[in-house]
Design a protein around this ligand. Structure first.
Ligand SMILES: *Cc1c(COP(=O)(O)O)cnc(C)c1O
Length: 243
């Protein structure tokens, strides 16, 4: 078995185990119908800096969601792998406003929306694309990035800004508000994770489309899942160290 496939299986097993520590998750209740048993946490494989061949290996191991940070590199891979049409591509890096058109064209999800201007531009580009494609559905899934540990080095909105930006995104015809994304500070105690869990629940109570808390990476996926993460973004533990 190749290393990437082996790593994906390990990470999936780790996710499943972590899910058992979530209070309202009871996997054994569904034991009589194993096909209905759904893992509530989606694994997003972060393939930044890794070649298209590595993505393809992960795909062949059953992985369908991939995260990328760097636009040009990502577009090359997306074009190279366009025959794998059931892959979902997630943009998870900081967004410059002059890149929104290409992001809207190539991605299914954006996790790193952190200002109204970016949301507006994504929505406008999607309207243009829809007109060119005879009104074909071009909806883009959006998570708002929250700088939950209030680090100057990180992008994202403050917790207090979540609800106004959420309202704006929800009003955009071509955007679907799916939830929140965060990168809690290294060694932040449970604090940042708890705050995110709380914000996510509040947002979910207001918007029926909200189902995604994107939180947790190779080194913190257990604590993130314990605090309600529904999507973990894992690079190193799948593809190995980045150069
Ligand atoms: C690189 C990156 C990841 C993956 O990090 P690992 O520690 O390699 O698992 C997850 N999320 C974001 C936003 C990233 O930039």
């Amino acid at each position: 078995m190749n290393k990437i496939k082996e790593n994906i299986q390990k990470v999936n097993a780790q996710i499943e185990k972590a899910c058992c520590t979530v209070p309202d998750y009871h996997p054994h209740e569904n034991q009589s119908s194993p096909n209905n048993r759904q893992n509530p946490v989606t694994l997003l494989a972060v393939s930044k800096t890794k070649p298209a061949s590595a993505v393809e290996q992960a795909y062949l191991a059953g992985q369908l969601n991939f995260g990328e940070n760097y636009l040009q590199e990502a577009i090359e891979k997306i074009n190279t792998l366009s025959h794998l049409s059931d892959i979902s591509w997630h943009f998870i890096g900081p967004i410059q406003s002059n890149k929104t058109k290409q992001i809207a064209q190539h991605f299914n999800w954006v996790h790193s929306v952190d200002r109204a201007k970016i949301a507006q531009r994504l929505n406008d580009h999607l309207s243009e694309q829809a007109q060119q494609n005879n009104g074909q559905d071009t909806s883009l899934n959006i998570c708002l990035q929250v700088n939950i540990s209030e680090e100057t080095s990180k992008s994202g909105i403050m917790a207090s800004e979540v609800f106004s930006l959420a309202k704006m995104v929800d009003n955009c015809d071509n955007l679907t508000l799916r939830g929140l994304m965060a990168i809690p500070a290294k060694n932040s105690a449970n604090d940042s994770y708890e705050k995110m869990q709380h914000l996510f629940k509040e947002l979910q109570a207001q918007y029926p489309t909200v189902d995604t808390l994107s939180m947790g990476m190779s080194n913190d996926l257990d604590i993130a899942i314990h605090h309600g993460a529904t999507m973990v973004r894992v690079g190193t533990a799948i593809f190995g160290k980045r150069a």
